[in-house]
Design a protein around this ligand. Sequence first.
Ligand code: SF4
Ligand code: SF4
Length: 440
Amino acid sequence: MSNQLAGLIKKAGVVGAGGGGFPTHIKAESQVRCVLANGAECEPLIHKDVELMEHHAAEILNGLQLMMQATGAERGIVGLKKKNAGAAQAFRKLLAGTDIQLLELGDFYPAGDEYELVQLATGQLIPPGGIPLDVGCVVCNVETLFNINAAAQGIPVTHKFITVAGLVHEPKSFWVPIGTPYRDLLEFVGGVTARDFSLFTSGLLMGGMSTNLDDTVTKTFSGLIVLPADHYLVTRKNRSIEQMNRIGKSACDQCTACTEFCPRYLLGYEIQPHKVMRSLGFTTSGEGYWNRFSSYCCSCGICTLYACPEDLYPREACEQSKLTMKQAGENYRQDHKPQVHPMKDFRRIPTKGLLRRLRIERFEVPAPFASGFPKPGKLVISLQQNAGRPSQPIVQEGGSVTAGDLIADLPGDSLGATIHAPLSGRIEALNNHGILIVSN
Ligand code: SF4
Ligand code: SF4
């Protein structure tokens, strides 16, 4: 069963839909004790997982059961936030008589971090630098499980479920063909309500920003958040790395708040962003030593966007340090077992407090499930939508495709994923980066 499901998942091009993009067939090939459905969505203003759970709990649950069978897991757990009562109720109705539990979590950030979720669900800590598999677990985002259920029926991944929120006429959550330009998404929600705006992609804390409405949806994209161009978060995000470093070097007083609120530090991992800030060069000892304290940073953004009273950039310092270590071929391994900090439960970041700190309370509104989806005239399909190597196109310029056709294959034996045509149309252009389809 394991190989059969893994084969179907591989064929359908399923990758982690929560943002990681890890090819899911690899997870289906493993043997574990527990499969966790991750529905603990916590990026502010993005509500796609909650909406998907409310409307498609049966498909998600079936995907979870298929993964449990394939991996030999005796336990299945659905992790979601207690406040999302509609989603919890949708699962509760279906769970009677199954060996799957519902794990209702508090409303804090980042409840959906794999390390956090595994610890809360099983009491186990993933070894430093490890993955859930190291403690006998597989974690799949709820949309990934929906896609696994479809893959088992021979249906490939062609659409992505997303939220568009913020300064738009009708915030909503909906399916969209992969490759759809952002401008079509904004049109589908009735347009933007401000003249000067900025676009955040896939989340305010862990996502990025885009200045190009022709950028397109991928298999790991969670949605768009539109904020005023002069919003606090836009100003903070738009600083150059040089500016961030300069401010950090002059203003960091080593108060340690960034470390004391770091969720990974509180789980017991050797991550101390205040020490990493020293790598910016305000001590006499070398950055090589301070860089190591960044190794287990998951880029959650708490230190930069919530904890630091000076509005500095410890997360960005950690990201630079990790890169420096990688380029130097250095690898730091924590030599002691992680142990949960006694203050962990008291230092959780409540979503309400986070919304206040990010100055986005007024944008936090429902983004209800919408049926129907944009039908763009053209799709630009990236060949790099997953962890691992880019997919290899198998179509020719000028050729036609039917929705669901394979258009790019796995990169040989390397880690990667297939890609299928989301809509029928003609291949207008093709290069190493993507495929342009003009839809019929
Ligand atoms: S919280 Fe800010 S000021 Fe305090 S140590 Fe961290 S980066 Fe420096
Ligand atoms: S981004 Fe900051 S708070 Fe989050 S894991 Fe990294 S160091 Fe810790």
